[in-house]
Design a protein around this ligand. Sequence first.
Ligand SMILES: [Zn+2]
Length: 107
Amino acid sequence: MIQIHMIDGRNCPMPMCDVCGERIEDAGKAAVVFQNFTPNGSRLGVRFVHKGSIDGRTCHDKAEAEISTAGGKPGWEELKMFLANLAFNVGFPARDMAAHDNNRSRP
Ligand SMILES: [Zn+2]
């Protein structure tokens, strides 16, 4: 899920792991898990998770197991690629993002 965290007077959007509930701080160590191989036109929710078994976490495995247990076939995408695809799909491709960076510091 995405939350807004108030930090030093700023509204900071943060991805949170849908399994352990902790903040996802590194896009390279995170993934989005979803039910895969569904019919054309399907609309499905996604689960933000800590990826693989990085840093001893099992969030990714747990999310996939939940989908399998429910009879689905899990799929996943690295969070970096998901965010790039998401931005592209709302008409805001990554190449246009630099103009909005504003040299902000990371909370
Ligand atoms: Zn997690």
